[in-house]
Design a protein. Structure first.
Length: 218
């Protein structure tokens, strides 16, 4: 009687390795596809909210804002009936907290209302707009899907790129908004850019990081 030693041949070993490589490749591709799909979904979610607020403000003659809460990874949609105007602001870091320059301090430095601001604007400045969360079946405040984050924001009325805290993009009754760049990121540091054009209210999405200086209003 002849006995055979147990074991595997070189061909069997190669086949096993090939199968394992195939399974791992399929798993990685599936994971990448899910991440890309989540990024597209999040950018569509944000861009749709921005377009809705632009049209809503123009049609209802209300003042609206899209709030980005970077630490909470969420956004808010709010509106007000109180007229106001925006002042260019610079951010400063105090400890771990990001603060805006005080309005009175800027006036002392010659950056206040100035000679060319009309009386109505002065009135608007003294009145603080009260924003209320907008609730409708079409739009509401929300969080981004798991694994997708607000990386940062560039918006016209802030001189710096914002990485933490809460900041807003404003929409006005006359059909105006602000130039803005919203950067979305996933766990692999892939970046999507949501771009807002001030004059037209157009919103575009790019599947890459777009420097604010590279784009110009059309």
């Amino acid at each position: 009687m002849r006995y055979y030693e147990s074991g595997i041949t070189l061909i069997e070993f190669v086949v096993v390795i090939a199968i394992m490589a195939f399974v791992m490749g399929v798993s990685i591709m599936s994971l990448n596809n899910v991440t890309a799909s989540d990024m597209r979904s999040a950018s569509t979610q944000v861009s749709s909210a921005l377009r809705y607020l632009y049209n809503y403000a123009a049609l209802t003659s209300r003042y609206c804002r899209f709030g980005i809460h970077l630490q909470e990874n969420s956004y808010s949609v709010e509106c007000s009936d109180t007229p106001f105007y925006l002042k260019k602001t610079k951010l400063s870091v105090v400890g771990q907290e990001v603060k805006k320059e005080d309005e009175e301090e800027r006036e002392k430095e010659g950056e206040g209302l100035g000679l060319f601001v009309d009386q109505n604007q002065a009135i608007f400045k003294e009145r603080k707009a009260e924003f209320v969360e907008l609730r409708s079946r079409f739009m509401k405040s929300s969080k981004l899907a798991g694994g997708i984050y607000f990386d940062s924001l560039v918006v016209s009325h802030i001189t710096d790129r914002v990485f933490k805290g809460n900041e807003y993009i404003y929409f006005f009754p006359g059909g105006q908004t602000e130039n803005a760049y919203i950067y979305l990121s996933d766990q692999k540091q892939n970046i999507y850019t949501v771009r807002v054009f001030s004059l037209s209210g157009r919103v575009e999405v790019y599947n890459k990081f777009v420097e604010a200086e590279e784009e110009r209003e059309e």
